[in-house]
Design a protein around this ligand. Structure first.
Ligand SMILES: NC(=O)c1ccc[n+]([C@@H]2O[C@H](COP(=O)([O-])OP(=O)(O)OC[C@H]3O[C@@H](n4cnc5c(N)ncnc54)[C@H](OP(=O)(O)O)[C@@H]3O)[C@@H](O)[C@H]2O)c1
Length: 231
């Protein structure tokens, strides 16, 4: 039987990699990021365990590349996961850092969605899942750039959801708290009190795996208590 197709951006590591591994149980996964070696290794790992996967190296800040590689690409589930974060007070944030966060976290939503949404609408079904953040509804010192992009994600997702739900296309945002990855250049996890990438992947699967007429639009994923060590 032909598997439905899921495209995951930022699949080369962290949360995107965990999402791709989970989705690979039921979907053929298209793995998007810039780091070709990591994508090839993940595709090989998935194939070895009986799944279907293809590496699709792509810089999602390059609209022409997106149009060229994704135009007419059949995608049933699109997971916008790629993201960058530079946590600095506004006056320390360089224009390059600001624009990079806007390009990866916000502008890419426009370009990648535009490439694959027409197919979903014409088939009358599909699902766009965006990885937001709790920073998408709360502020913190150092969040003037990053939290702004994640607030924009919430607005984008709700507007798009209202626009395409009558076409049978679902739009969801999964917003995690802190996750133990190398996000933002962290060299090691903050230690205790963080989610694991696979916790977020499990939430994405729950969102994707709802009955056809049911939509989980916004989901926050938190560690139960930062004070309780993980079993
Ligand atoms: N970690 C956290 O605490 C946390 C909390 C809440 C929300 N989030 C969100 O979760 C998502 C994933 O974060 P993570 O922790 O997994 O981060 P990560 O480990 O740093 O991974 C980021 C991913 O984004 C990809 N990426 C970055 N720039 C790209 C570009 N121009 N084109 C294509 N891919 C690009 C990277 O791949 P390449 O470098 O290979 O291109 C990488 O696969 C982000 O949206 C982040 O905002 C994270």
């Amino acid at each position: 039987m032909t598997r439905p197709v899921a495209l995951v951006t930022g699949a080369s590591r962290g949360i995107g990699r965990a999402i791709a591994l989970r989705l690979a149980h039921t979907h053929r996964v298209l793995l998007v990021a810039r780091e070709v070696g990591a994508l090839d290794a993940l595709a090989a790992e998935i194939r070895t365990s009986g799944g279907e996967a293809d590496a699709l190296p792509l810089d999602i800040t390059a609209p022409a590349q997106i149009a060229e590689r994704l135009h007419n690409q059949h995608v049933d589930v699109l997971v916008h996961n790629a993201g960058v974060g530079v946590m600095k007070p506004l006056l320390d944030l360089t224009p390059d850092e600001w624009h990079r966060m806007m390009d990866v976290n916000v502008n890419a939503l426009f370009h990648v969605t535009r490439a694959v949404l027409p197919g979903m609408v014409s088939r009358g079904r599909g699902h766009v899942v965006i990885i937001g953040s709790i920073a998408g509804r709360s502020a913190f010192v150092g969040g003037a750039g990053y939290a702004t992009t994640k607030h924009a994600v919430m607005g984008f997702a709700e507007n798009l959801m209202l626009e395409v739900r009558d076409d049978g296309v679902k739009v969801s945002v999964v917003s995690p708290g802190s996750v133990a990855t190398t996000f933002g250049g962290r060299t090691e996890p903050k230690g205790g009190g963080q989610l694991l990438a696979d916790d977020v992947a499990a939430a994405v699967m729950a969102v994707v795996d709802t009955p056809p007429e049911v939509l989980l639009h916004r989901v926050e994923v938190r560690i139960l208590s930062p004070k309780r060590p993980r079993a």
